[in-house]
Structures are given as structure tokens and as C-alpha cells.
Design a protein around this ligand. Structure first.
Ligand code: KE4
Length: 434
């Protein structure tokens, strides 16, 4: 244990006495990689400083939200101003309408949105809406995809659960998941078969278009094309879980990437989170008017939330979206992320390390595998102990990546070219040591 973790360790020991695992979300506990989680004291731009004052270049960015880096001046100012006017009212505000307009502006498939407080809540509500709107019970999800921890979706989830290797969570009664079919990602044959067997009973297919909870696995274009066709043919809804990819991989989110490859492509519903809250608790789900008007108070599908559309969170999200909508933002961010990925790939090759990486916009992933995996089983072939050594080698040198093999990485507009170059140079040393 390097000396500089003692204040982190002290805090971790205190936390473990009061909070299960010492954390408020499992992946933060470093269980997959071992060692002591770094307690963040403060963050600014591309960096955070831990409890011992050690600076880290941050490639997690709160697992996606901090696309502008930490403490962007215009976002901070918007939040401070909003906080002056009140924290929460439980009544409508103009800024919720402004944020809804901003989201709808960039997503042609979305005519209406409902704001909620977490991605879990948004995905859970989207499933209920799909079931309510279609009158059907069955849903399809994919192994390795994670859609938050609502019971019906916590089946072979790819995020924390993949790290713990549990196929499902304790406490989820079998009858609650009996309508959840779990298929192999990118497997067209299984999709065909599931629709052949259950077509008319299927309310929706929910998918991460780029699976950030398997680190970084793209749904192939043929697979996505087939999913779209089958959903349309059988009257099931295609639900894009873009909590991670939304406003992160492109201004039009991942659906705009697929629409380039498949002209006219659009999901039937979109789940959003992370970036649209800019780091504050805010998420959303949206789609065509006819579908969304099934929601209370207009329609029979109930959904509610005390802090939904919270006035401080909407200020943070709106300021964030306004910044990333500036011309050239995503071109510059994409270039920076590509430079990082190419640099890491070259450094791994020099060290003779099996390594495959990919990126889109401000999101990237890499595998200690000879080529990019197409599904969860292939991802599971990664060398977990070696990843742990890589993780700690980078961490000890002040580079902070996800403490789990199955998590993606994120670059912000605050990461400078020098930060990227420093990261690649540090990685080169660590790869050699592996
Ligand atoms: P939250 O309830 O954590 O806001 O969102 C759930 C969720 C839904 N859909 C996707 C595609 C997601 O990636 C997430 C949450 N992502 C994880 C990281 N893999 C959050 C980190 C954590 O669990 O602490």
C-alpha cells in the first residue's frame, strides 16, 4: 500500500462502519481491483484531488456526466444562480420546459419527455410505459447491458453485477423476472427466435446501443437493423437506453450514429441520464407524443417523483447541454478521445500486450484482448488480475480509470492535449511493467 492512501484508508475505515461496503454505489468500492478507494476532496476541470491531496486525471467523470470537466464556470454560475431562487418546489418551473425543449431539439425521435432523478427511475418507468402502452408483459434485454437496478431489469446486468459474477440479484422474486428474456448481445438468431416464440407478447426490447456496461461493445448495424424490423413487425417498442451514450457519443446521441448507417432509423423510446443532468440528479425518458401521453396525469400509466425536474438540477443540465451544443464541440471531443485511444493502442503494441480499444465522441473503452469483443461472454475472457495490475499502475501514477473491467471511460472537453499525452506516456510505462 503506497503511503499516500492513509487518509483515504482512514476515511474508508470510517465509511465502512456506517455505509455498506463504505460506498453508496458498489462499483466505487474497488472490489474488482482491490485496494483503497480514493476519497475525492475536490475536482476541477479534468482533475480531482483525493483525501491526501494527490491529483488524478479523471477518466470516469462521475461515470459520464462530467462531459465539460468539473466546475465549468458557466455551469457553476447557472447552478449558483438557480440555488439562490430556491432548491425545490414540487411545482412546475420554466426551466423544466427549457430543458425539455433542449432535449427534444437534438433528438428527432423524441417529441415529449418526462424528467426523473436517476437512470434507474427512467429505465424502470420506460418499461412500465412500454408495457402499459402495448398491454403486453414480456421484455427483452441483453446480457451485459445494465439499465439500473429496478427488479425486472436486474437480470444478468452487466455493470456491478458482472464484476461480482452474480447472474441475478438476491431479493428479486422469480415471478418478477419471469417476463424478462435475456438474450446475447449482437445475436440476430436469438432475436429472431425470441420474436418467433413471443412476438405478440413482447412489450419492448431495451438495449444499450453502445454497451458501456460491458466497457465498450457496439451493437452491430445488421443486428440493430434486425431489432428495428422485428420490433416494428411485431408491434413491440424499441427502447434505447442512452443513459450513458446520450449527449456523450454525439449531440444526437447514439441513435444519430445508427441513423447515419440506417437512414430513417429511430428508436420508439429513449432513456437518458448522466450528461443531461451535468452531474446533478436528473434523468429522463421520452418518445413520440402518442406514446408519452399514456403517462399520468393524462393516461393510465402511473409515474411520479418529488424531485423530478428539480430546479437546481435542471439549471445544471441545461447549462451543460447549451455548452455541448456549441458548434465544433463534439468534433473536438471526438478527436481528443481518438488521440487517447490510438496512443494507448500503440503503447500496448510496443509492450506486446493484447489490447483492443474503441471510442465514439467522448466515450471510450479498451480490452486486454486481441480484438474487440462482440458480447458479454467474449468480454468475460478478459484477464481480470492483469487489469487490476494495470488499474493500480495507472492509479499510483495519477491516472484514474474505471475500477472495473466492464466499465467504459470518458474524456471531457477540459482534458488538454497535454493531459492526453501524459496519460499515454504513463500507460506506456505501466504496460511495460505488465
Ligand atoms: P443510475 O440509476 O445509476 O443513474 O443509472 C442507471 C443506468 C442506466 N442505464 C445505463 C446504460 C447505465 O450505465 C446506468 C448507470 N451506469 C453505472 C455505470 N456503469 C453508474 C455507476 C454506478 O452504478 O455507480
Amino acid at each position: 500500500m503506497t503511503p499516500n492512501t492513509d487518509r483515504n484508508q482512514q476515511l474508508f475505515d470510517r465509511a465502512k462502519a456506517l455505509i455498506p461496503g463504505g460506498v453508496n454505489s458498489p462499483v466505487r468500492a474497488f472490489r474488482a481491483v482491490g485496494g483503497t478507494p480514493r476519497f475525492v476532496q475536490r475536482a476541477q476541470g479534468a482533475y480531482f484531488w483525493d483525501a491526501n491531496g494527490q491529483r488524478h486525471i479523471d477518466y470516469i467523470g462521475s461515470w459520464g456526466p462530467m462531459i465539460l470537466g468539473h466546475g465549468h464556470p458557466r455551469v457553476l454560475e447557472a447552478v449558483q444562480r438557480a440555488a439562490q431562487d430556491g432548491f425545490s418546489f414540487g411545482a412546475p418551473t420554466e426551466r423544466e420546459v427549457d430543458l425539455a425543449e433542449e432535449i427534444v431539439r437534438h433528438l428527432p425521435s423524441v417529441e415529449m419527455v418526462r424528467l426523473v432523478s436517476s437512470g434507474t427511475e427512467a429505465a424502470m418507468s420506460a418499461i412500465r410505459l412500454a408495457r402499459g402502452a402495448t398491454g403486453r408483459s414480456f421484455i427483452i434485454k441483453f446480457e451485459g447491458c445494465y439499465h439500473g437496478h429496478a427488479d425486472a431489469l436486474l437480470v444478468k446486468a452487466g455493470s456491478g453485477l458482472a464484476t461480482f459474477g452474480h447472474p441475478t440479484s438476491a431479493g428479486v422474486p422469480p415471478e418478477v423476472v419471469q417476463h424478462t428474456l435475456v438474450l446475447e448481445y449482437n445475436n440476430v438468431a436469438q432475436l429472431e427466435e425470441a420474436f418467433a416464440r413471443h412476438g405478440r407478447e413482447l412489450a419492448c426490447v431495451i438495449i444499450e446501443p453502445i454497451a458501456g456496461n460491458m466497457n465498450f461493445v457496439r451493437a452491430s448495424v445488421p443486428f440493430m437493423k434486425r431489432a428495428r424490423e422485428l420490433c416494428t413487425q411485431h408491434g413491440a417498442l424499441l427502447v434505447f437506453d442512452e443513459v450513458m451514450t446520450g449527449f456523450r457519443v454525439a449531440l444526437g446521441s447514439a441513435q444519430s450514429v445508427y441513423a447515419k448507417a440506417l437512414p430513417g432509423f429511430a428508436p420508439d423510446m429513449t432513456v437518458l441520464g448522466k450528461v443531461i443532468g451535468g452531474g446533478m440528479p436528473l434523468a429522463a425518458f421520452g418518445g413520440p407524443r402518442a406514446l408519452m401521453e399514456n403517462l399520468a396525469p393524462l393516461g393510465p400509466v402511473y409515474q411520479a417523483g418529488t424531485l423530478s425536474g428539480n430546479p437546481v438540477a435542471t439549471a445544471c443540465g441545461l447549462a451543460t447541454l447549451q455548452e455541448i451544443a456549441r458548434p465544433g464541440f463534439f468534433e473536438a471531443l471526438g478527436k481528443k478521445t481518438r488521440t487517447l485511444v490510438d496512443g494507448l493502442t500503440a503503447a500496448a503494441a510496443e509492450a506486446g500486450l493484447p489490447f483492443a480499444a474503441d471510442c465514439e465522441g467522448g466515450m471510450f473503452g479498451f480490452f486486454l484482448l486481441p480484438q474487440l469483443p462482440q458480447n458479454y461472454a467474449a468480454v468475460m475472457k478478459s484477464d481480470s488480475p492483469k487489469f487490476g495490475r494495470l488499474f493500480h499502475g495507472l492509479l499510483d501514477r495519477g491516472v484514474y480509470i474505471a475500477p472495473a473491467l466492464y466499465e467504459a471511460g470518458f474524456v471531457s472537453s477540459a482534458h488538454s492535449d497535454a493531459d492526453i499525452a501524459e496519460t499515454v506516456s504513463i500507460a506506456r510505462d505501466v504496460f511495460r511493467s505488465l
